[in-house]
Design a protein around this ligand. Structure first.
Ligand code: C2E
Ligand code: MG
Ligand code: MG
Length: 611
């Protein structure tokens, strides 16, 4: 970063100097021709004047010598001697003065400024008898000079642009080339060490703002490179290094940086791996990529790569050099343990990976071991406060970790493809439990993967058939996230579910991106206002406005509204006042095991006959 700032400053400085030089050249180009023309012309005119002066003085001198006493009275002759008066096309005046300065005769007319003049003496018998002044206009000359100035000004402007832009372009190219050379490895075209350290520093600073696994640095060392170099020669070694560089690059994302440190050492910065496995997966991909044979013209060679990895966790900001040292240490231990593998520095990563793996393994057997449980949260009518439905919320009773919430394990279950199975269990269990609460609807959450996995409508139909729950007592809740991709297929699945008689609710309404579009494409039975808006209802006018808007939409579309996360009477009052039909939240009851719902439903006096 610092480097690129330096480059920018240098470029600006150089551009400024080039502009100044170009300006000076342009100024000279603009001024020189008219000034030179003016100077040369004035000199020429002055010389002409001197010659004229000499001729006319001589003629007048001859007149005075011939008639020393009355020559001044010979006005005709004087006029002839002054001469040229009538043939002047240029403005010129000739004035004959006596020695006291009084005018004896004039020829032509005295021109206006600017002028040049020459003065000389008229002599008779070697004595001065009068003075002659010739005055000439410079106007024509100035006009000529102005014309030349205009042309040379245009030339100068053109010159300025040329003199500025050409060197600037050349400079930019040169700076770019120098920068590239200074930051890249000449052989492979990958970044060099300096650039990688720069990027590592930036990634570390960025990771400081986030939790998570931060930045991963990989140090790579080719196996058996020395053999290739020794047996096939350096030229082949270079070709191999170039191909290795290209293969590494191909495995990486745009945001990753790969560098050659020299010899057969490479390094990679992975700035924000999504999860611990992403680091491990990349290491494995790199090893696989380099393990494939390389074509070196007539030869085919096999090499391998050993990798050491250091992780800089979010929120900590170790120096880039320290992270590099860790990765190097890890590389060392990987080499010791056998080549063609990767090792992490320190145990931390292994612990994180192991923890997740363990959770994965536990999740795979959780269903079989009966560790899942459904809790139910009542949904009540805001008008009558009667329980109208319950929402099934999944809980995992982990043998060691205790109760794990859905937000923690559902994403993992999705990732490893377990959710359709778990979802089917949830559906069946919820339908079976719901049979006990006559007149109460049961709402079941469905996630992206369940809908997109295909056959979801069949799973729903089977759950209903197996348990005997009437379809109208089942509601499927989907979040906007589900709707965001695979539009047509999703809408078709939802329509099939609705055709069974099951109702469909849009969960967490207002937190996604595409709600309104979907409202047009699919007829939901219920909109559930996200609890983030409900929570701020009594103190944030904006939340109130959003709730009003959602209620407006639901009324306009004839869709029921449910407010989630109602915790206070005030919130309930405000919602009821605004015409919200239904609510759920701690005010009415936290999610509880099925048997507690039995008691609640009984207490609310929902008669079995209501069914
Ligand atoms: P959701 O469907 O929006 O469920 C409502 C969440 O809000 C539940 O969290 C519930 O415990 C919580 N909640 C209810 N009332 C209040 C309240 O008054 N205040 C507060 N602060 N929170 C309240 P939970 O049980 O942790 O579930 C989280 C999410 O996990 C659910 O959000 C749902 O999207 C998902 N989920 C739960 N069970 C399943 C399931 O069986 N399948 C699928 N695919 N997703 C599920
Ligand atoms: Mg829900
Ligand atoms: Mg919700």
């Amino acid at each position: 970063m610092k480097d690129s700032n330096d480059h920018r400053a240098l470029t600006t400085r150089l551009h400024r100097s080039v502009t100044n030089v170009a300006r000076a050249i342009a100024l000279v180009l603009a001024l020189l021709p008219p000034l030179a023309y003016l100077g040369a012309s004035v000199t020429r005119i002055e010389t002409e004047l001197e010659v004229e002066l000499e001729h006319v003085s001589a003629a007048l001198g001859a007149l005075a010598t011939r008639n020393p006493t009355h020559w001044r009275l010979e006005s005709d002759r004087i006029a002839v001697a002054l001469g040229r008066a009538e043939q002047k096309d240029e403005e010129e005046g000739r004035i004959l003065l006596d020695l006291q300065g009084a005018v004896i005769a004039l020829s032509g007319r005295e021109p206006g400024w600017p002028t040049v003049s020459a003065t000389g003496e008229v002599r008779a018998f070697g004595e001065p008898v009068a003075r002659l002044v010739i005055v000439k206009s410079l106007l024509e000359l100035i006009e000529g000079a102005a014309l030349i100035a205009m042309v040379s000004g245009l030339l100068a402007l053109f010159g300025f642009l040329m003199f500025r832009h050409m060197p600037e372009r050349m400079l930019d190219d040169a700076i770019r080339q120098v920068t590239h050379l200074a930051t890249h490895d000449a052989l492979t075209g990958l970044s060099n060490r300096a650039m990688l350290m720069d990027h590592l520093g930036l990634a570390l600073a960025g990771a400081q703002r986030e939790e998570g696994i931060g930045v991963a640095l990989f140090c790579l060392d080719l196996d058996r490179f020395k053999e290739v170099n020794d047996t096939l020669g350096h030229a082949m070694g270079d070709v191999l290094l170039r191909q290795v560089g290209a293969r590494l690059r191909a495995e990486l994302r745009e945001t990753d940086t790969v560098a050659r440190f020299g010899g057969d050492e490479f390094a990679i910065v992975q700035p924000r791996p999504a999860h611990p496995q992403a680091v491990e997966q990349l290491a494995q991909r790199l090893i696989n990529a380099i393990r494939q044979p390389f074509d070196l013209g007539p030869h085919q060679v096999m090499v391998g790569v050993t990798i050491g990895i250091a992780l800089a966790r979010g929120r900590s900001h170790p120096a880039a050099e320290a992270v590099l040292a860790d990765a190097d240490t890890a590389l060392y231990s990987a080499k010791r343990d056998g080549r063609g593998t990767f090792r992490f520095f320190a145990d931390e990563m292994n612990v994180a990976l192991r923890g997740r793996r363990q959770m994965e393994a536990d999740l795979r057997v959780a269903l079989r071991r009966g560790e899942f449980e459904l809790h139910y949260q009542p949904q009540v009518s805001l008008e009558t406060t009667e329980v109208t439905g319950v929402e099934a919320l999944l809980r995992w009773n982990h043998p060691k970790r205790g109760r794990v919430g859905p937000d923690e394990f559902i994403p993992l279950a999705e990732e490893i493809g377990l959710l359709p199975q778990i979802g089917a269990w949830v559906l069946r269990t919820a339908c079976r439990d719901a049979l006990r609460w006559v007149g109460v609807k049961v709402a079941v959450n469905a996630s992206v993967h369940q809908i997109h996995a295909g056959g979801f409508e069949t799973i729903v139909a089977r759950a209903l058939a197996d348990t005997g729950l009437p379809a109208r007592r089942l509601e499927i809740e989907i979040t906007e996230g589900v709707l965001m991709s695979q539009t047509d297929a999703t809408v078709r699945t939802l329509e099939q579910i609705r055709a069974l008689g099951v109702t469909v609710a849009m969960d967490d309404f207002g937190t996604g991106y595409s709600s309104l579009g979907y409202l047009q494409r699919f007829r939901f039975d219920k909109l559930k206002i996200d609890r983030s808006f409900v929570a701020s209802l009594d103190h944030d006018v904006r939340a109130t406005a959003i709730v009003d808007a959602v209620l407006g939409i639901s009324r306009a579309l004839g869709v029921r509204a449910n407010a989630e996360g109602v915790e206070t009477q005030e919130q309930a009052r405000m919602l009821a006042e605004r015409g919200c039909e239904e609510a759920q939240g701690w005010l009415y009851g936290k999610p509880v095991p099925a048997y507690e719902i039995d008691a609640l439903v009984a207490a609310r006096g929902l008669a079995a006959a209501a069914e």
